[in-house]
Design a binder for this molecule. Sequence first.
Ligand SMILES: *Cc1c(COP(=O)(O)O)cnc(C)c1O
Length: 348
Amino acid sequence: MYDINNLLRPNIKNLTPYSSARDEFQGEASVFLDANENAFGSPLDAAYNRYPDPMQYAVKMRLSEIKGVPARNIFVGNGSDEAIDILFRSFCNPGVDNVVIVPPTYGMYQVSANINDVETKKVLLTDEYQLNLEGIAEAINERTKLIFICSPNNPTGNSINREDIETLLANFNGIVVVDEAYINFSRQKSFIQELTEYANLVVMQTLSKAWGLAGLRVGMAFASEEIIEVMNRVKPPYNVNEASQQLALQALQNVQQVNDWIKETLIQRDKLVITLKTMDFVLDIYPSDANFVLVKTANATGIYNYLVEKGIIVRNRTNVELCEGCLRITVGTPEENNTLLSTLQQYK
Ligand SMILES: *Cc1c(COP(=O)(O)O)cnc(C)c1O
């Protein structure tokens, strides 16, 4: 039987969480004089004078319908970046424990580790941007608490081989975090249905990418009830504000709109790739399962600066290990993509 108590920091295992007014009373009432709110209202229409639901119940119920995962297996955070930070704070003793990351990958794992004073063991992806399982096995020790896998991976765009992630899940005693920020664009299956299979799995998703809600800051983690319970204890009590909860709930009614955008994004991505391939300074374009492409060029910084001058911003990744000469380009609207391509065609 997998027991996450053996993984938790002792201070978290013994933590008495903050108990908010809304936690202590749940039920029917008409007069709320328990939270020092402004009873007269707010300068805005909606009921912003009241603290938001600390457990985001309505949002989770809707996510549960869409994702086919029980609400008790869902954590909602102020972006998935909050979920990353909470995992560090829950499981990693500063200055003692370590985590494995597999660069080139999403930068927040390293930053969050640094903030929490947690060592990262870096095991580079292979030349095909896949996991080096032997390298990971060698890097792990008894103080390794988390492994971060991003699939589809940012900034490379490819999905990580499913069997390799399953190998980690089956053999690693710590927690395997699978960051699926770009899963809506992928041909690969989400790991979200494997939660009953693996007690050490955390899947992260977000409303920031395909859902078009980067400004709301709403991210999700899906995991066992035990892990979710810990994350809820560690999070700030009101981590997702009322406006974000209401707007997320509203947006989550629009699955069809989002699916249409995903289809259009993939069509635009493929068109972008076809034209980019005809340019002589483009050396390679890596296969993408996401809404961006990683493009290897003869002169990344020169092209980057040229585009900036023309008011077009892409991401220069040339200084990232295994990404020498690479620009990461997000798929835009047809007009934006055309502007990019015609501008690039004039690059000398
Ligand atoms: C964009 C991105 C996120 C999103 O984080 P939010 O805090 O939810 O906006 C998470 N992981 C990866 C790999 C990303 O690229």
